[in-house]
Design a protein around this ligand. Structure first.
Ligand code: THU
Length: 132
């Protein structure tokens, strides 16, 4: 049984590292591999806004650089200062990256600041995604 509680805690911890001086919206993500390893990411913003990298893609990049290719689940937590009750689903670009590297049963766990969570399959969030 995969321990999603630990995965969620790691996402919350990663959010503390977020660099978000422009939006004030801090995101943490933690990615679980088939071998049980966890790779974390936070969003890294840039004054040239298009250069901003989402937390999810930072986590995937870190895992890929460690030669991991087998991904089971990702936990994501986002919060705008003072208004942090909402869930943060992955943006379209992050969903496209997930569809490249994961199968449709890959699980996306969204957490809010009350520690409530929702679990989706990638196939639900991006049905009929583009693939070559
Ligand atoms: N953001 C993420 O890190 N992940 C998402 O899936 C949604 C958006 C970040 C990018 C930007 O730094 C901030 O949230 C506001 O869009």
């Amino acid at each position: 049984m995969i321990d999603y509680e630990v995965l969620c805690e790691r996402a919350i911890l990663a959010r503390e590292s977020a660099y978000a001086p422009y939006s004030g919206f801090k995101v943490g993500a933690s990615l679980l591999t088939g071998s049980g390893k966890i790779y974390s990411g936070c969003n890294v913003e840039n004054s040239s806004f298009g250069a901003t990298i989402c937390a999810e893609r930072v986590a995937f990049g870190s895992a890929m650089a460690d030669n991991e290719r087998d991904f089971c689940a990702i936990a994501i937590v986002g919060a705008l200062d003072g208004r942090d009750l909402d869930f943060t689903p992955p943006c379209g670009i992050c969903l496209q990256v997930m569809s490249e590297l994961c199968d449709e049963d890959f699980e996306v766990i969204l957490i809010n600041s009350l520690y409530e969570h929702k679990i989706y399959k990638l196939g639900e969030l991006l049905p009929n995604g583009f693939r070559l």
